[in-house]
Ligand binder design. Structure first.
Ligand SMILES: NC(=O)c1ccc[n+]([C@@H]2O[C@H](COP(=O)([O-])OP(=O)(O)OC[C@H]3O[C@@H](n4cnc5c(N)ncnc54)[C@H](OP(=O)(O)O)[C@@H]3O)[C@@H](O)[C@H]2O)c1
Length: 251
């Protein structure tokens, strides 16, 4: 049995809790969170001094507080991991054995995710801990990969482009639709098809649009429509990036 202690009950903490509940061979024995968590049966505490013994301590707090938070843990030589894509393993205090358990997905509190398909990127300072993290990862996902902090940081940059920036572009499209009194729903099949296409084509093969075709007339028209808009500069930058993308090195 692998006993888990979850430290932090935000988006990731909650999803990990749900994913690990009822899994054979894993028990979430306690949750620590600064504020009281409603509607959970797992024992919880708001005091670091009341934290119990566990095999793995999973810190799921914002990146910029991981280091300070880990230094406050009142025990030594335990396996303590964080769940961040962007933070190096060594931000964790070296008072404990360090590791990473990074689920490569976007999590929001009230959306369901299927953990079995989520890649879990693991890293640890020593072999036995790595083995344990792989076993833990495999109990909730079919896709567990060992990745170094340096690789994970690069992966995180790629993930920000894919998820955060793409979603920001949806947001821009939503404001353009709303300003022109059109439903954002009209664009949803296009969003779905864009994501589906890269299952069979590489992103460079899937690229379409005026920038790819070097259709300067349409580009000029769009820039005119965006005159005075904060999105104009972004449109220009992305258009330039698509034009230059032939020379991107993907080897
Ligand atoms: N969200 C994602 O999509 C995602 C995906 C993969 C990995 N991650 C990583 O997972 C980690 C957690 O992210 P999240 O999205 O779950 O964050 P979050 O929803 O903002 O939750 C943060 C949790 O940390 C607690 N917290 C905040 N500041 C604290 C402090 N100074 N001391 C103690 N506890 C503190 C909060 O407690 P209160 O409830 O008391 O405020 C809350 O329980 C981050 O490292 C993030 O990079 C996130």
């Amino acid at each position: 049995m692998i006993s888990i202690l979850l430290l932090g009950y935000g988006n990731v903490g909650q999803h990990l809790h749900r994913a690990m509940q009822g899994v054979t061979g894993v028990t979430v024995q306690q949750i620590y969170n600064r504020s009281f968590v409603e509607n959970i049966e797992t024992p919880q505490t708001q005091k670091l001094s009341d934290i119990t013994e566990a095999d793995v301590y999973i810190i799921a707090v914002p990146d910029d507080v991981i280091g300070d938070f880990s230094a406050k843990l009142p025990f030594r030589n335990k396996l303590v991991v964080h769940t961040s894509g962007g933070a190096h393993m060594e931000v964790l205090s070296n008072a404990n054995r360090r590791g990473v358990f990074y689920p490569l997905q976007t999590f929001s509190k009230n959306t369901e995710v299927n953990f079995s398909t989520i890649p879990i990127c693991v890293e640890a300072e020593n072999k036995d801990d790595l083995k344990l993290l792989k076993k833990l990862g495999s109990s909730i996902s079919k896709n567990v990969t060992e990745i170094s902090s340096e690789e994970r940081e690069q992966l995180h940059v790629a993930a920000v482009f894919i998820n955060n920036f793409t979603n920001h572009l949806y947001h821009i499209a939503e404001t353009i639709s709303a300003k022109n009194k059109m439903e954002f729903d009209l664009l949803k099949p296009l969003i779905a098809e864009t994501a589906k296409k890269i299952e069979t084509l590489s992103p460079s093969q899937a690229q379409t649009g005026p920038a790819k075709r070097n259709d300067t007339k349409t580009i000029e028209k769009h820039l005119k429509l965006l005159e005075g808009s904060v999105y104009r500069e972004l449109y220009e930058k992305l258009t330039e990036s698509i034009k230059k993308s032939e020379s991107f090195d993907t080897t």
